[in-house]
Design a protein around this ligand. Structure first.
Ligand code: KIV
Length: 289
């Protein structure tokens, strides 16, 4: 049965919530069959699939294309699409138009990362709350994301653990409470000490989903390519590699190279053939040469 947002809310205090990122149709089908609760089309797409250094460089079109592919493979899991930087932080007034496109492609909700108002000429503060309010007013379900937010990592001193001093910890707690008050249905806590995620998780009624945030969250998320060992450019401490498909893929590709060079592949079994009668016309063709 299809998992809905109310099912995710009901899991708090009852069972752990599971979430994995996904970027294409084939993996989406596999994850959907695995019993995962939430599939996130993460903007980590930029790093692990498209080879970019920063998620901020991802275009909205790229995210939409991958969301479309994933949506075609998902039947049961709740499907959440990350709003890329260029769909809301660059111009907060565009957020609803873009979010609607993700929902039209099959996403059940969108995820937005916490961001502060950028200095611009407008007197109105257009920050994360402005965007979340706008999305919810337009009936677009929202998942929040606080702590280490990669889209604004450059403003946080880089890819570092957040909430390690009183000010920062208090800020994160306040952000989580405001997001809950606004109406997001869950919040990703990324790279914060487990003692702080425990406090946040206890003080919220909505579920928290941790990545590098310890074991006290209401659920856990990992980047699929990390879990499968496919991406080894950067491997944070919190990653658990469940299978080493980097090595397995390299081995398999190496075997293919060897088989082709030695003419072991393709064999007769992997080739199409003509019957002896059909083969007659080829004799004529062969004679032409
Ligand atoms: O883009 C992503 O992969 C994410 C997860 C790390 C939560 O936002």
């Amino acid at each position: 049965m299809k998992i809905r947002i109310k099912d995710i809310l009901n899991k708090k205090t009852k069972e752990q919530i599971t979430m994995l990122t996904c970027y294409d149709y084939s993996f989406a089908k596999i994850l959907d069959e695995s019993g995962i609760d939430i599939i996130l089309v993460g903007d980590s797409l930029a790093n692990v699939v498209l080879g970019m250094d920063e998620t901020r460089n991802l275009s909205v079109t790229e995210m939409l294309n991958h969301t479309k592919a994933v949506a075609l493979g998902v039947e049961k899991a709740l499907l959440v699409a990350d709003m890329p930087y260029n769909s809301y932080q660059k111009n907060p007034d565009k957020c609803v138009d873009y979010a609607k496109q993700f929902i039209e492609l099959g996403a059940d909700a969108v995820k937005v990362e916490w961001f502060a108002a950028q200095t611009n000429k407008s007197s109105q503060k257009k920050d994360c709350f402005y965007v979340v309010k706008k999305l919810l007013k337009n009936k677009i379900p929202v998942m929040g994301h606080i702590g280490l937010t990669p889209q604004t990592a450059h403003l946080l001193g880089g890819y570092k653990v957040q909430g390690k001093n009183e000010d920062s910890a208090r800020n994160l707690l306040n952000q989580s409470k405001t997001l809950e008050k606004l109406g997001v249905f869950s919040i990703v806590l990324e790279c914060i000490p487990y003692q702080l995620s425990n406090i946040i998780t206890k003080q919220l009624k909505i579920p928290t989903i941790g990545i590098g945030a310890g074991n006290y969250c209401d659920g856990q998320v990992l980047v699929l390519y990390d879990l499968l060992g496919l991406y080894n450019k950067k491997r944070p401490k919190f990653v658990k590699v469940y299978r080493d498909f980097f090595c397995e893929t390299r081995k398999a590709a190496g075997e293919f190279v060897k088989d082709v060079k030695t003419k072991k592949f393709p064999s007769k079994e992997e080739s199409f053939s003509l019957t002896p009668e059909q083969n007659n016309f080829l004799k004529d063709l062969d004679n032409l040469g």
